[in-house]
Design a protein around this ligand. Structure first.
Ligand SMILES: Nc1ncnc2c1ncn2[C@@H]1O[C@H](COP(=O)(O)OP(=O)(O)OP(=O)(O)O)[C@@H](O)[C@H]1O
Ligand SMILES: O=P(O)(O)OC[C@H]1O[C@H](OP(=O)(O)OP(=O)(O)O)[C@H](O)[C@@H]1O
Length: 210
């Protein structure tokens, strides 16, 4: 039985598709530039669909995909409570969540501060745990702009190399979580396709994804 994998479209799918190819799965119609969203491997054992990150767990929970690969940040922010099994830390897409602000500018955390972020739940939980009073402003990208134009005091965002912060004159105030990409599985698929899914997990475990 073929396994259907929903991959988070973007950084994660590009690395995973490269890796699957190196592991012997040939997807004849796949290129990074392609606008196609569904790809089947030549042996007929894998079908891959490219899905927006927060939707990966939706496809898997509802059984429209057997397996999903998506960032842990997205599982925590958008899919908490999804009825899926998390079966593997696949080790790619490593990044940190951080509070950042304008370089050299002191932020008085004893006062109510505004926070720009794509991750309102994660941000709120962090500040609540630290007993800081905050107004969260949900943004959809280019979050680094917010403290530069006076929209927020600080941001909560993903930091990987730190290049985006540096390029915009910001600095990390505190790292507070780290993430990597996770493989999730539909519980029914896990039973029905146990052999096929176990084989795929073993292939991924044995060959370190770069
Ligand atoms: N430097 C990084 N910036 C953002 N995400 C990263 C980074 N490094 C690893 N990741 C992982 O990659 C995922 C996002 O990938 P990408 O930004 O390509 O997708 P996207 O759908 O374009 O996201 P968005 O629309 O939120 O920008 C994150 O959920 C995270 O798990
Ligand atoms: O530390 P770095 O290696 O610079 O990576 C971090 C940057 O990458 C992500 O943005 P993305 O490219 O997804 O753009 P967006 O903010 O517009 O979504 C993230 O939101 C940071 O801005």
């Amino acid at each position: 039985m073929a396994i259907h994998i929903a991959l988070a479209k973007g950084r994660i799918h590009k690395v995973v598709m490269k890796y699957l190819k190196e592991s012997g799965y040939d997807f004849p119609t796949y290129t990074e530039e392609s606008r196609k969203l569904i790809f089947e491997d030549a042996s007929g054992s894998l079908k891959v669909t490219l899905v927006k990150s927060p939707d990966v767990a939706v496809y898997v929970e509802r059984g429209a995909a057997d397996i999903g690969i998506v960032g842990e940040d997205v599982l925590i922010e958008d899919n908490a409570g999804a009825k899926v099994y998390e079966v593997l830390d696949i080790g790619i897409g490593r990044c940190n969540m951080a509070v950042a602000g304008v370089k050299g500018k002191t932020v008085d955390m004893s006062k109510r501060i505004t926070v720009g972020t794509k991750y309102p739940r994660i941000a709120r939980r962090y500040f609540e745990q630290n007993h800081h009073s905050v107004d969260i402003i949900k943004l959809n990208g280019s979050v680094e702009l917010a403290p530069l134009v006076g929209l927020s005091d600080v941001i909560v965002d993903i930091v990987e190399t730190g290049n985006t912060l540096r390029a915009n004159g910001l600095e990390v105030l505190e790292y507070f979580m780290d993430f990597s990409a996770r493989m999730i599985c539909n519980p029914v698929s896990f039973k029905l396709k146990y052999q096929e899914i176990s084989t795929l997990i073993e292939v991924i475990k044995q060959n370190e994804i770069k």
